[in-house]
Design a protein. Structure first.
Length: 267
């Protein structure tokens, strides 16, 4: 990756300087794990990035006991560790989008997200219970029909004292901003592509870029500008693409994930 490419992906200059200070200077050729740079980026963005909700692989949720014409504005914090960042109002209505991976029809033990008959907290909104799964002729899940508990506004526990362990993000279907999201990953599939036999081109990662269309973002992201550090809650750090994004067709680039997925895959 070039410095220009890193900048376009949202790498902050402070993180690159911190990385250089960490690895130091040597007279000998050496290779450093790319995870060191990514960790430096996470440390900076965790402090500076505003939190927003975005659904990359949406599945529709219909809250059957919620009034059709009602729209509420939920107060959501912009940064959990910075009170000075304030709050924003996020619209909530009868039809919402959630991540497809946040629903399992036959969940394993210890799964605390949406499943038939299970209740989950929609962040800063309500407790939601999945009652019915709507599928197409091929068995693909099209829609989840759910009910909400109006006594849990803001995500607080209800008067009867029951609790839920899972909290997921969501986006109002009526107010969502459609977008393209580019999921960048490591360019090479090994730590040191020059360290073994063969050409370094043999180690190119075929999944170094995944372009996802049809993503649904909360309305506040319409005002995001290139250079603004943003965390898509539970997904990673992203930024507006400085070249291809337009107000009518926004494009976001993933800067880095919330954690090192490569380290997990190698264990």
């Amino acid at each position: 990756p070039t410095i220009s490419g890193l900048r376009r992906r949202g790498y902050p200059a402070e993180a690159i300087r911190n990385f250089c200070a960490t690895i130091g200077v040597t007279k000998f050729q050496s290779t450093n794990d790319f995870a060191l740079l990514e960790n430096a980026v996470r440390e900076v963005l965790n402090q500076s990035a505003a939190r927003r909700m975005a659904v990359l692989d949406p599945i529709r949720v219909v809250i059957t006991n919620y009034p059709e014409d009602l729209v509420e504005e939920m107060e959501v914090v912009n940064h959990p560790n910075d009170e000075g960042a304030g709050t924003r109002l996020v619209p909530f209505c009868r039809e919402l989008f959630v991540e497809r991976e946040d629903f399992l029809e036959d969940p394993p033990k210890g799964y605390f997200r949406l499943s038939p008959g299970a209740e989950v907290r929609f962040r800063s909104a309500y407790f939601i219970r999945c009652d019915e799964v709507v599928k197409d002729d091929a068995g693909e899940v099209l829609e989840l029909r759910c009910t909400y508990d109006p006594e849990t506004r803001g995500g607080q526990n209800p008067p009867d004292g029951r609790k839920v362990k899972g909290t997921i993000h969501w986006v109002s279907a009526r107010h969502a901003v459609p977008a393209e999201v580019r999921l960048y990953d490591r360019l090479f599939s090994v730590e040191n592509p020059d360290g073994g036999e063969g050409d370094f081109l043999d180690h190119l990662n075929p999944e170094s870029l995944t372009v996802v269309t049809g993503c649904q973002l909360e309305p506040a992201l319409r005002d995001a500008a290139p250079g603004d550090p943003i965390q898509f809650e539970r997904l990673g750090y992203f930024c507006v693409d400085a070249k291809d994004s337009t107000p009518d067709a926004p494009v976001f680039n993933r800067t880095v994930g919330l954690r090192d997925s490569w380290a997990k895959a190698q264990k």
